[in-house]
Design a protein around this ligand. Structure first.
Ligand SMILES: O=C(O)CCC(=O)N[C@@H](CCC(=O)O)C(=O)O
Ligand code: ZN
Length: 351
């Protein structure tokens, strides 16, 4: 008998303390009971740990996913998006798009580690089925959150699906902010999205050469979203991020959240790279022929022995080819880096 009243009570009184969704998520990393609440421009739904859906009062034609903390130690984007959420909840931003905020791996965030058991950003598009444990369940839950979100959009109006999966990188970078554009079979890239990324302070774009099991590829391939992995600089612990580094992205996201408008800027300064190869760790003896402080996008001479193991070696194909995401601290079979080559913007097919 009491249950309906209890439910009503929860719906009416539960809020996110101080509008701080990050603090609420980290304090409830194992379980956050779902609840609903009102904010000045709409209705919010906490759907589970680190899963927050905000529906504006007005009809919206954009469904935007902002995911952060898929790697627990990549805290800068988590803090940035938490601030945007605070601004929406306290009324400084009046929301005009549908918004799903995902804090990907709160358990790893609390431990200040990239992941606990398995790299969450290798488990999407059903790859979680091959694993047990916390991250496998989390990938499944995050996929469901995105599927539900995109399918809950009002029927009738044409919906634009967006997903920006925000990260920071382990190493420094010759191009501080860059995106991974998921593999697009017809190699035709979206001009409006690229101009939005340029306006958001993105310096470079990597055009993926194959399908992957990353979060952004999942949203692109399964839901037809414009989806990107967005790298915003170097990893820092909570509290040590200079959020002014993200000012351009903050401005363009604020404009998108408030007015449903994708800021546009010239792409002429943006560097474009095509991915040539994935370096794959094939043995315990696998090594990269670079120092620990070599930055992303460092270029090499043709023939340079960039990776080697008892089973294989990788020689640089052409002078100017560069490495991104070099890392051998991972299991055999996983990506130890991407080899990329600059391409002229004018050579891209855009629509
Ligand atoms: O700095 C690094 O080595 C890794 C940074 C990072 O987490 N990058 C993403 C890229 C995902 C993609 O390729 O779309 C990752 O490795 O998961
Ligand atoms: Zn990451």
């Amino acid at each position: 008998m009491i249950r309906p009243y209890l439910t009503l009570y929860l719906v009416e009184t539960m809020t996110i303390l101080n509008n701080d969704f990050l603090a609420a998520t980290l304090a409830n990393q194992d379980k956050m009971a779902p609840f609903q609440f009102e904010f000045p421009s709409g209705t919010g739904f906490v759907e589970g740990t680190g899963i927050l859906r905000l529906e504006p009062k007005q009809d919206a034609s954009i469904s935007l996913v902002l995911s952060v903390g898929v790697h627990g130690n990549e805290t800068g984007p988590i803090e940035l998006v938490n601030q945007l959420v605070m601004s929406i909840l306290d009324g400084r931003i009046s929301l005009s798009v549908r918004l799903l905020v995902l804090i990907g791996n709160p358990v790893a965030a609390n431990k200040a580690t990239r992941f606990c058991e398995v790299n969450l950003n290798r488990l999407f598009s059903g790859a979680w089925k091959n694993y047990d444990g916390f991250e496998a369940k989390r990938a499944q839950r995050l996929e469901k959150a995105i599927s539900d979100f995109y399918s809950q959009a009002k029927e009738g109006a044409t919906q634009t699906r967006l997903h920006y999966d925000l990260h920071t990188a382990i190493r420094g970078s010759m191009h501080e902010k860059f995106v991974v554009y998921p593999f697009v079979e017809n190699a035709i890239y979206n001009q409006q999205q690229l101009a939005f990324l340029a306006a958001s302070g993105i310096d470079a774009v990597l055009l993926s050469h194959q399908s992957t099991t990353t979060f952004s590829y999942y949203s692109y391939a399964t839901h037809g979203a414009h989806a990107f992995t967005v790298e915003l600089g170097k990893v820092q612990p909570f509290g040590e991020n200079d959020l002014s580094n993200f000012a351009a992205l903050e401005d363009s996201l604020s404009l998108l959240l408030e007015n449903g408008v994708l800021a546009q800027a010239s792409m002429s300064e943006m560097r474009i790279f095509t991915v040539l190869d994935s370096l794959v760790k094939d043995d315990d003896s696998y090594k990269l022929g670079i120092e620990a402080d070599v930055k992303n996008f460092t270029q090499f001479e043709q023939g340079y022995r960039l990776a080697y193991s008892e089973k294989s070696e990788y020689l640089v194909q052409q002078t100017g080819d560069a490495i991104v995401f070099p890392n051998t601290n991972l299991p055999i079979g996983q990506r130890a880096g991407l080899m990329v080559r600059p391409v002229a913007l004018g050579d891209l097919k855009l629509n």
